[in-house]
Write a protein that binds this ligand. Structure first.
Ligand SMILES: Nc1ncnc2c1ncn2[C@@H]1O[C@H](COP(=O)(O)OP(=O)(O)OP(=O)(O)O)[C@@H](O)[C@H]1O
Ligand SMILES: [Mg+2]
Length: 198
């Protein structure tokens, strides 16, 4: 397996193509002795942690992740989502506002599944770099989550965690409304919103 060109960078990891495949590999960014790299998480193995989070997802939620998630040494491998015309899909930040109802129906579904299963993935909605817009056909676009690492909260004792649950839910709601403001055109109304309006 040979890594090729750099296809994207986050705060913690770089993502490379894998030659001769439609896969990509996430790799920890090289260490620089600069203050800005001393973030929580920099010294953790986020690839392994993300793989574990993914592996424990309910099957319905896994549908919104790329296929072929696997660990190879220190690399996290996954499929690069492609559009119906064969081109690689774009992250929503590059794509811009999404004028497509099925896409936003899926975002509602993702949000409801996260709440139902108490999966507090705040990083999904707070920036435009962790969701891709996969054009399945001319009329149907699908969100694909490409980053599901988790920060914080793990070490809270259970009782405290329960106490905070409503706060966690509120935080996820805030992140989603920020995501809506950035990428959801006002003209788009999903089924659940229609029901609320009636
Ligand atoms: N499966 C994938 N297909 C295509 N591009 C991908 C894929 N996974 C990651 N990327 C690209 O690599 C970038 C960095 O990956 P990732 O979001 O996992 O890094 P990170 O450092 O953990 O991010 P963050 O800054 O959100 O903490 C993504 O924003 C995206 O551009
Ligand atoms: Mg990211």
């Amino acid at each position: 397996m040979k890594t090729g060109k750099l296809i994207g960078s986050g705060k913690y990891r770089d993502c490379y193509s894998i030659e001769g495949t439609h896969l990509c590999a996430k790799k920890k960014r090289p260490f620089h002795f600069k203050l800005k790299y001393f973030r929580p998480g920099f010294f953790r193995d986020l690839n392994k942690e993300e793989f574990k989070v993914y592996s424990n997802m309910p099957p319905k939620l896994k549908e919104f992740f790329p296929s072929n998630y696997q660990i190879e040494g220190s690399l996290l491998i996954s499929e690069r989502p492609r559009d119906y015309d064969g081109k690689y899909s774009k992250i929503i930040q590059e794509h811009g506002p999404v004028y497509n109802v099925p896409f936003w129906e899926d975002i509602d579904t993702i949000f409801n599944l996260l709440i139902e299963h108490k999966i507090w993935l705040f990083d999904v909605f707070n920036k435009g770099t962790n969701i891709m817009v996969q054009k399945v056909s001319e009329d149907v676009y699908k969100p694909v989550i490409i980053d599901c690492k988790k920060f914080g909260l793990k070490s809270y004792p259970l009782q405290l965690h329960l106490l905070f649950e409503s706060e966690l839910r509120k935080k996820l709601i805030r992140r989603l409304s920020y995501f809506h403001r950035r990428f959801k055109p006002e003209s788009i109304v999903t089924k659940s919103e229609e029901l609320r309006i009636k």
